[in-house]
Structures are given as C-alpha cells and as structure tokens.
Design a protein around this ligand. Sequence first.
Ligand code: SF4
Length: 336
Amino acid sequence: MKAFIPEEVVMNPRALEYETGRKVRAYFENLGVPILISNRVKIEGDTPAKLYQRSKKTVFITLNKEKKLRPCSPSADYQFSLSSSCPGHCEYCYLQTTQGEKPYIRVFVNIDEIFQVIQQHMDDHDSDITTFECSSITDPIPFEPMTGSLKKCIEFFGESRQGRLRFVTKYHMVDSLLDAKHNGHTTFRFSVNTDPIIQQYEHVTSTLDQRILAAKKAAEAGYTLGFILAPIMRYDGWKKDYERLILNIKEQLHDDSLNISFELIQHRYTETAKNLITSRFPNTKLDMNDENRQLKWGPYGKFKYVYKKEDSLEIKTYISELIQEHFKNGSIEYFT
Ligand code: SF4
C-alpha cells in the first residue's frame, strides 16, 4: 500500500475557513487531484460493488459537528473522529452497515473545535484518567499526510492531565508521528491477522510485515504499543497460522520486555452485514454460514452471529495461551 490518493475530492466551502482545510486543498492541488467545491457528494454506480469502490476513492473534506462524545466499550471510555470510513476494502469490515450505501471518506478539518468538545467533556466529567478512541469509524493513518491532524491530536493528549488517546490502524505510514510529543499518553495499536486472512479479505491495506515494522518504530518512539487480533477466524489450519502470527510479532519486535496490550475479537456478522457484503463482494469466501454460529444480542440493538460457545472458548483459550507464552509483559484487555 502506497500513500492514499483519491480519485475525487469534494470540499465543503466551509472547510476552507479552517487552516487544515486550506492545507488539504493545497495538498491535493499539488497532486493534481480534481477538487469540487460543494457541500454535496454525488457518487454514481449501477451496482453495489461499483458504488462501494467509487466511494472508497472519494474524499469529502468537511466539518465534524458532534458536540457530545459517545461511549466506546470495550476499547475505550469515549470516542471521537477526525475522519470516517477509510481507503481499505476489508470484506468483513464492521463499518459495512453503518456508513450507508456510499461509504465515502470524510475528513474533518475543524480540529480545534473537536479538541474543544473533548476538553469540555473532560472538564464536565472530572474523573481521573479517561481514554478516548479515535478509530472507531475510521482508520486515521492514511489521511495524515494531507492533514497532520493525528499528530496534533497526539500532542493535545500529550499535554492533557486526564485524557489518554487510543487508535488502531492497518497501515504502516507512521513516520510523521514518530517525533510527536506524546508524553506516554497515546496507545498506538495495530490491527493484525494471519497472512491468509490479510491476503484474502483485507484489500488495499498494508501487509502484515509492514504493519509489524511500523509497530516496532512506534515502540521505539516510546509509544505504548497494542495489537488487535481481529477478526479472529476459524478455518483449516487456523491454529498454526495464529501461532505463526504471534511468533512473527515476537521475532520482529525483538524486545520481549515491552508492555504490549492485546485485544481479541472473534469474527461476527449481522444479517444486514451479510447481505451487504455479498452484494459488494459477490465472490467473497468469507464464512458466513449461520449453522456454524450462534446468535448474540449486540449493543446496537441487533443480533449478530458469533462462533458457537465451545468454538469461541477454544479461540479465546488458545490465543490467550499463545500470548502469555510469548509476551511475558503482554496483557489481554478483552476477548469478545
Ligand atoms: Fe474497515 Fe479497518 Fe478495513 Fe478500513 S482498514 S475497511 S476501517 S477494517
């Protein structure tokens, strides 16, 4: 995966009132990407697959108007966003159902206002340490070259007494963040999976080796490091492949004293997601056979299909043991 360059940029005229908006316009003008000034995004395509592909190459530069932060269990206390959607085409992506028919990318440029909402929230909830997730509806890394907003965000939290930042990525372009003054207040997480899963389902993302190398750089830059293993899937040879993945991370990081957090998420889907995935990826090999699953009530008011109890327990036990064996200071934050 090289730097992300969209095919079309639509710019809300109001975005140009902000320094980051003007910076983004100059960035794309320099690259020769067409920019349409408008507050409406039009995407055309005669099939769900074409609409999806075109959306993933369209960026809307606009404002984040959210004034209230939503909870973000289990990964953090609250969530906020610097962008939504991402250039990736991961077939299983949990955002398939939340971003509508046209999941075009939105990049928000009113950074200081976003920080004000976070600061107000912390002032109103005078608790000790509060964690904030900024990748629950996006992957923030591909947009960093155009905005520089994530670095500003890391430094905002670096100065915060009670706020702590968490984000996760499937991309490796992290160099511009390595000298950020994070002050140990940011957890830099990488989403990883077995090679067959990445190759088969995670299109337009960085390779596993690129992600692990980026994780090494983040750890060397003093960030707290985390890995999200998601979605964990059962398939022929899954145990061997997950063992290989854990060993690969261990060997490449070359430092078994690191305090690394692991989050473990088994593969799940809803009925709506299954229909959308099969319309966008008609040849998908994703295992969405309901007979191998059981229903679980989800926090967003929908049933989801997860692995059967004994299968899910086997995943949890097997992968937890691998982590405990190979990362003496590793901690498993949750399995879901
Ligand atoms: Fe979804 Fe993350 Fe893949 Fe983007 S990189 S499509 S957010 S799973």
